[in-house]
Each structure stands twice: as structure tokens, then as C-alpha cells.
Design a protein around this ligand. Structure first.
Ligand code: ADP
Length: 675
């Protein structure tokens, strides 16, 4: 058995680094050189605790591990463990395989710890280097694989891009071919378009395309294509339509024109043509590169419209003229003194002018509603017999197509008054010679006819009036002739008196006729003198007084004088007195009154005879008027009162009558006193 010393000696020389701790505080009991070398310490550390001897181990696990071994009695082994120590004043980390072996006493408690260690730094470092290298290699491999992946991705991307490129290329090719197709389509479209199309390019407006209709409009051939506008079509220089093209190019704004006149050469001459056009700017992205002109020639329409306009203007003028004529005609019809009635082809009135309405006393509507057979309006011939419809001038005109002139007819109106009208009737014939209606013009000839009637009556009355004294005169003269020479003086006186009386009567009648004629012609002179009325009336009453059939009472202002034609006023008074005697033979009294009324003298002659019917009163001063007194016949010509009225009127006076049937009449007249 080896002694402790020998063992220690061996341990001391052992190349394996060894240390022994003999208590729980890890006091170093033994340490050999190899361990001191590792620790970088010398033998002075023996007897110190591990922590005192190697303070740099603080923070490293060894002290705790050792204490744990002490406490547990379990050995602890580790390899390649780094330990940082201060060697020769330098901090140095080395690697160790070590063992902390608990040396147990008999009671099983730790009596000491044997610490052996081998410096494996070079091995660890070598291994580390290998590991690092390996790690680097792995890293490199990893990086490489990453790079590889990148390459792969890039490659994939490239493939995708390539694929895309191929696709794009294909679509570009397709696009190009479609573009080519559409350009061809466009050209075809242009060529076939029914409208004229012109495409210009560039600021000089070079004609790039012009289809056939456009070339026809421009009267050019294809040689203009490729030429600038104003070079190819110099006649457009200054034309508004051409200027607008340049405007569209410069502004980029599209423009439409309607019925724009353009002067173009036709058959060597400039002619104005009209176009509807649309100018569209052609763009390359944002730049205007040209203009497209789509035009439709509307010359024919414009000319037709202008023609229509001129026709309308002409028609308007004609219409105005017509209206003017119509108004004039209306004016004439309205103011005409003749009645005008227009009838349709069936003879129904369609127009009646105001005079027609006045003459007939019918409103226009009554005319429209009127039927020929209307009993209220009976047409008569002038002889008073009914006039059948087919004899009426307008029916004759419509039937024969010939005009009828100045035919008189009588019409019995609803008031039973008969009027006479003189009718002209003419058919209205259209361009085709058809009768479309008729026009009737007529005048009221009632008065004319009445006067004629009166004249006829007058002639018969006058003849009758003349016949009586003539017969009496003739009888007296025949008796004289027969009885001569043995006639007795008494008979001679009687017959001469009868002849004289008849002659005077004849003279009076002839004078009346002459006066009436002179008066109606307005040609009787007035010789005024101032005379006393009472004296003048006294004188002209003499013949009555001497006849002694009536008593005449003269009343009133005996002093009143007037300035007038004494002879004519005498004639008036004689006439009034004679009428009083003639028409009131049974009444014996006649009163004559002279009055002064302001600036007039009024003379009235009153009889107490039968009076005058009220409906006759307004007519007694009319020429040839004679009232009919039934069974009693009075001689006379119906001229006396007419002559009186004319005389008084010529003197500026008035004449009138009051009459009461069966009581008598008062005829009066006035004369101005200051005349
Ligand atoms: P004539 O010659 O018929 O008398 P006048 O002109 O003198 O014509 O009279 C016209 C008519 O007036 C007469 O026919 C008569 O009917 C009527 N007349 C005139 N004077 C009287 C009178 N005093 N009384 C009644 N009737 C009269």
C-alpha cells in the first residue's frame, strides 16, 4: 500500500491536472502543477477556498457544481466546458473535460472532492473550427439554396414574362392585323359610303382620302389625293367652309354646318352649291393630326326650298293683294247704293250686302233662310200677277247661263207694303265653264214706279179735268153756232158766260200744270215786297165772298206785314181757301187767322169739313197726291198743296196741317218776318 505522501507525490507529478477540496467551503487541500498551470496560479493558493483563489470564477457555474457534489456525494462530469481564467494577468477562456468526484468517508459523507481536469481547448477549438466551418458551409449551402430558389423564382418569373410577352406579342399582332383590317374596312366604308368623305392630315390639310361621292362633288379625280387642300382645290381659297376646316384643325373642336353655300367649279364655271357637313378632328392621343369632312350635298333641297319660299312670298303678296281687293270689294259692297245678293248653284243666298238687307228689310240670316215660295215675301210681275220661280231673273240667269238686265219685279213684304226692284242677274261661271252660282244686283225703284204710277194717274186725272171744261166750252160754242144769228141777247150772255167760265177753268188747270212743272224744276223767281197780310187776304177772298157759298172770317193781327212775293203768297192762300171750299162743301164757315210768333208770321186757314184721315195726312203735300173720299168725287190734279209747299219753302217758312176727322182741317204756314 502506498502512503499518503507517496500518493500525493504521484498525484503531484501526474500530468492530469488534479485538485482536492476537503470541506464544504471548497478549501483547496491539494493542487498539482498541471492544475496550477491551468489555473495560472502558484502554490500560494493552497489552503484558500476556490472562490478566494480564483475570484474570476465568480459568475461561472463551477463553485456551485462543486458545492452540490459535496452536498450530494454524487460525482459530476462534463466535457468541453469553457472556463474563463486570468492567466498571467490576461483573461483567457479555455475548454476542459473535468470531473468532480466525491470521496466518501465511512459514514457515506463527502470527505473530499477530487477535481480532475484535462485542457481540451485545442480539441474544442479544432472541433469548433470544424463546426464553424461546417456551419459556414451549411450557411453557404443554405444561402446557395436560397439563391437558387431566387434563381428559380426569377427563372419562373422570366418564363411567365416570356409567356406574357408571347401573348402580348400575339395580341399586338392580332391588333395590328385588326388595325389593318379596320383601316381597310374604313377605306372600304369610305369608298362605299353614300355620303361624301374627305380626310385631311397635317396643318397644310393634305388630302389623305377622298371617296368617289366627294370627288364627284369637288369635280376632281384622285390626283388631288396627297395634295394640300388649297393646292388641290384652289377655288376653295377664302371660302367660309374651307376656313372652318382650318379652324377645326387648329381648335380641335368638331363643327357641323347646315346648308352652307360653297362655290365650286362646274363645267368650268363657279357655281354655288349647298352642303350639310360635319368636320371632325382626328386625334393621335392628344394631338389633332387631321380633320375628317363628311358632307352631304343639299343644293337640290335648298333650291327647292328657296323656290318654295319665293312661291310662298309670291303667294303671300298675292294673298295680300287678294285680301286688299277683297277688302276693297267688301268696302264697295258695303257702301254700294245697289243691293247685291250672291246665290249658290241651287239659288240659295250665300251673301247679301247691307243695301240688299236694307231694301228688302231682311237680315243676312233671313236671306239665308229664305225660300222662294215663302208666302211672306211674294214676288210679283209689274202687272201685279204672281211671278213663278222659273221666271225670276236669277233663275233665268242660272238656267240659261245668260245675264238678265233691268227687269222690274214687285215684292209684297210681310208688312203688306209692296216694293219694286229693278234686277240685274248674272251667272257666276268657273274656269271650266261651269255655273257655280249667281249674282243679283238690284235697286229699289218703288218711288220711281210710284211716280210713274202717279204720272199715269195724273195724266188720266188731268185729261179728265181738262175734258169737263172743254166739253162745257165746246157745248156753249156749238149752241152759239147753232143759234146764230137769231140768238136772244139773254141766251148769248149765258152761253158766253159759260164759255168764259170753262175757259177760265181751263186756264187755271193749264197754269197749275205749268207752275208745277216750273216748280219741280226749281225755276221760279221770287220778287219780294213788303205788304200787309190782312189786306192781301181780304183781296183774295173776294171771289168766295162774291160766290156767297161760304162766310170767311178773318182774325188776328191786322197790322202784320211781311216781306215776300205777294203774288205767290196770294196763290198759296187762294189754294188753301179753294180747298176749304172744295173739300168742305157742306160747312159754310172758313176762318183765316193771322198771328205773330216771335220772328215769324203764321197764317192758318180752317174749315169745318170732313177732315183728312191720319194715314193720308203725311202725304197731302206730295206731288200728285189725292186722297180718295169714296163715293164723293172731287176734281183736282193733286198739285195745289205741292205747289204751296214749294213756295213756302222757297221763302224760308214752314207749312203743315192739323186735321180731325169729321171736325175739319187747319192748314197753316209761316213766313219769316226779318226776310
Ligand atoms: P187737288 O187739286 O186734288 O185739290 P191739292 O194738292 O190741293 O190737290 O190737295 C191734295 C189733296 O189733299 C186733295 O186731293 C184732298 O184729298 C186733300 N185736301 C186738301 N185740302 C183739303 C181740305 N181742306 N179738307 C180735306 N181734304 C183736303
Amino acid at each position: 500500500m502506498l502512503s499518503d505522501t507517496e500518493i500525493i507525490h504521484i498525484l503531484t507529478r501526474s500530468k492530469d491536472a488534479t485538485a482536492i477540496y476537503d470541506d464544504a467551503e471548497l478549501h483547496i487541500r491539494f493542487v498539482n502543477d498541471a492544475m496550477l498551470h491551468i489555473w495560472g496560479k502558484d502554490r500560494s493558493i493552497i489552503g484558500k477556498t476556490l472562490e478566494e483563489a480564483l475570484p474570476e470564477l465568480k459568475g461561472q457555474p463551477f463553485a456551485d457544481l462543486l458545492k452540490n457534489v459535496w452536498a450530494t456525494g454524487e460525482t459530476y462530469q462534463a466535457t468541453d466546458t469553457p472556463a474563463t481564467l486570468i492567466i498571467n494577468g490576461e483573461v483567457k477562456t479555455s475548454y476542459f473535460d473535468f470531473e468532480f468526484r466525491a470521496l466518501l468517508n465511512d459514514t457515506g459523507h463527502t470527505a473530499a472532492i477530487l477535481h480532475t481536469a484535462t485542457d481540451v481547448t485545442s480539441r474544442v477549438l479544432a472541433l469548433k473550427q470544424v463546426a464553424e466551418k461546417q456551419q459556414r458551409e451549411e450557411q453557404l449551402v443554405e444561402e446557395l439554396s436560397v439563391t437558387n430558389e431566387g434563381f428559380l423564382t426569377a427563372n419562373n418569373n422570366l418564363l411567365a414574362v416570356n409567356h406574357d410577352l408571347l401573348i402580348s406579342n400575339e395580341s399586338i399582332n392580332r391588333l395590328i392585323s385588326r388595325l389593318q383590317e379596320s383601316e381597310e374596312d374604313f377605306k372600304r366604308l369610305m369608298a362605299q359610303a353614300p355620303v361624301a368623305i374627305l380626310v385631311f392630315r397635317g396643318p397644310a390639310m393634305v388630302i389623305e382620302m377622298a371617296n368617289a361621292p366627294m370627288l364627284e362633288i369637288l369635280n376632281k379625280d384622285e390626283s388631288v389625293i396627297g395634295k394640300p387642300l388649297l393646292e388641290g382645290l384652289p377655288e376653295l381659297k377664302g371660302e367660309h367652309a374651307a376656313n372652318l376646316l382650318f379652324d377645326v384643325f387648329n381648335t380641335g373642336k368638331p363643327l357641323d354646318g347646315s346648308e352652307v353655300p360653297v362655290r365650286l367649279i362646274r363645267n368650268g364655271e363657279l357655281e354655288i352649291r349647298y352642303f350639310n357637313f360635319s368636320y371632325q378632328p382626328l386625334r393621335d392621343e392628344n394631338h389633332v393630326i387631321g380633320v375628317m369632312d363628311v358632307a352631304v350635298e343639299v343644293t337640290a333641297q335648298v333650291m327647292a326650298r328657296k323656290n318654295l319660299e319665293s312661291i310662298i312670298t309670291e303667294r303671300t303678296a298675292l294673298e295680300q293683294n287678294l285680301r286688299g281687293n277683297e277688302q276693297r270689294l267688301q268696302g264697295i259692297l258695303d257702301t254700294m247704293a245697289e243691293g247685291v245678293i250672291i246665290v249658290d248653284v241651287d239659288c240659295a243666298p250665300i251673301y247679301a250686302n247691307p243695301m240688299a238687307q236694307r231694301i228688302m228689310g231682311m237680315s243676312q240670316q233671313t236671306f239665308f233662310d229664305h225660300k222662294y215660295n215663302d208666302m211672306k215675301w211674294q214676288n210679283e210681275r209689274v202687272d201685279g200677277t204672281p211671278m213663278p220661280m222659273d221666271e225670276h231673273p236669277i233663275y233665268v240667269a242660272l238656267k240659261t247661263g245668260h245675264s238678265v238686265y233691268d227687269q222690274e219685279i214687285g215684292i209684297v213684304t210681310p208688312s203688306a207694303e209692296k216694293i219694286y226692284i229693278s234686277i240685274n242677274a248674272a251667272p257666276i261661271i268657273n274656269d271650266r265653264g261651269q255655273i257655280t252660282g249667281g249674282i243679283v244686283t238690284f235697286t229699289d225703284v218703288t218711288n220711281r214706279r210710284k211716280i210713274l204710277q202717279q204720272k199715269d194717274d195724273f195724266i188720266s186725272v188731268a185729261s179728265h179735268e181738262l175734258k169737263t171744261p172743254l166739253a162745257s166750252l165746246k157745248g156753249a160754242l156749238q149752241l152759239l153756232d147753232r143759234m146764230l144769228p137769231d140768238i136772244s141777247p139773254e141766251m148769248l150772255t149765258k152761253l158766253v158766260g159759260q164759255a168764259n167760265k170753262s175757259l177760265n177753268k181751263l186756264t187755271d188747270l193749264v197754269n197749275s200744270l205749268l207752275n208745277s212743272n216750273r216748280i219741280s224744276q226749281g225755276s221760279f223767281p221770287i220778287h219780294k215786297t213788303t205788304f200787309n197780310l190782312k189786306n192781301m187776304i181780304d183781296d183774295c177772298c173776294q171771289h168766295i165772298r162774291s160766290a156767297d157759298t161760304h162766310t170767311i172770317t178773318l182774325k188776328g193781327d191786322a197790322e202784320l206785314s211781311v216781306c215776300a212775293d205777294e203774288q205767290l203768297i196770294d196763290q198759296v192762300i187762294v189754294n188753301l181757301i179753294n180747298n176749304a171750299v172744295k173739300y168742305a162743301p157742306l160747312s159754310k164757315k172758313i176762318v183765316i187767322k193771322i198771328e205773330r210768333l216771335d220772328d215769324h208770321a203764321k197764317i192758318s186757314v180752317t174749315d169745318f169739313g170732313p177732315g183728312i184721315p191720319p194715314d193720308k195726312l203725311p202725304h197731302v203735300f206730295e206731288r200728285y197726291f189725292r186722297a180718295d173720299y169714296g163715293s164723293v168725287k172731287f176734281s183736282g190734279l193733286g198739285l195745289g198743296l205741292y205747289i204751296c209747299a214749294e213756295i213756302i219753302e222757297k221763302h224760308g217758312g214752314r207749312i203743315g196741317v192739323h186735321s180731325n176727322l169729321r171736325k175739319g182741317s187747319t192748314f197753316w204756314f209761316t213766313l219769316p218776318l226779318d226776310a
